[in-house]
Design a protein around this ligand. Sequence first.
Ligand SMILES: [Zn+2]
Length: 444
Amino acid sequence: MTELLIRGAALLVTMDDARRELEDADLLMREGCIAAIGTGLETTGKVVDARGCLVTPGLVNTHHHLYQTLTRAVPGGQDALLFGWLRTLYPIWARYTPEHMFVSAQAGLAELALSGCTTSSDHLYLYPGGSRLEDTIHAAAEIGLRFHPTRGAMSIGESAGGLPPDSLVESEAAILEDCIRVVDRFHDPADGAMCRVGIAPCSPFSVSRELMRDAALLARDKGVMLHTHLAENDEDIAYSLSQFGCRPGQYAEELGWTGADVWHAHCVKLDAGEINLFARSRTGVAHCPCSNCRLGSGIAPVRAMRDAGVPVGLGVDGSASNDAGNLVAEARQAMLMQRVARGADAMSAREALEIATRGGADVLGRSDTGRLATGKRADIAVWDMSGIEAAGSWDKAALLLAGPSRVRDLFVEGRQVVADGHLMTVDLPSLVEKQERLALTLRE
Ligand SMILES: [Zn+2]
């Protein structure tokens, strides 16, 4: 029986149903689950001394494009709006091989792990040079994070009036066939699953109406989730109105893209009617504040969404539009952005942390993680609050106001992925070296 005990945490923020916060607390993990939370717990297994530390659920990332970690801060895309930015980057991404995909995903996941993330989704919608979804699945297995890859797709290329070059789009028949392949091969519906696959056409403007509808039918048939980009900025809304004759929310609803098994990235421009639709149908949102700032898209109405009952999680988005992949920094940004829009009481540090943990887990259909309670999966972040970043703080639970931007320790399914600030699963310096070398090959 594998046990591990976190002992003597200065504060343990559970995000359980009662939102309990426990001082001087222990947490016992057994066989991948949380076996007990309390004081004076004992174990025959390893003990991790957490004095001076804040313990929280592991953070959950609900939107990323891990393949973009090799294309950060590309000069031509640094100051462009969304569509111009895409036109700059597509030809670079078209040069990728499976090795680029694998290393880029590892680098992105390593960065997430060090920032407290235990579960990440990914949205991979282009497959150049023979790349496949499993390039990222294998990367996540090595890093040790719980992974929700989504089989993305684009089918409308330049010659058909779309944005991406024709070399990056696929036929819709091939897309659906590969969706079936990866779901059958890699999706695990069981409690505690380390890999769950979703279906995720890139956006309503990069595939046909038929593919959107067929993807929804397929996902329901297979019992997997649906994901895409929606209502990201003003151009996006204008495109929807001119091409589809309706707003994005209506388009989504008509094609089966609402429900508790659907989550949409960004949703910066949802109007009041669409927020009600999402709340009624329990449709989830991946809020990506840094990317929305970086691309000048706007401030998502997260306060209104939460008040209406829309499930909201947090996403770092792809590294080419953030360009960082630090999830705890993203949570701080989410809190600050709502305050810019609605005032200092618009979102507390605790609420932003809740969105980053429990909120994201619920968006991904994972009520087995994102909170610390007996019987839940042992996905846990340990933050050292004895350093300079938190010194002088009167409230250790207010991690997003004053606290470290990297974890001291991280556990996923009870296994230690980060120890004393170091990644345990993959050698980080050699990963960075590979990432740099492969990024260089894209410039040639
Ligand atoms: Zn995105």
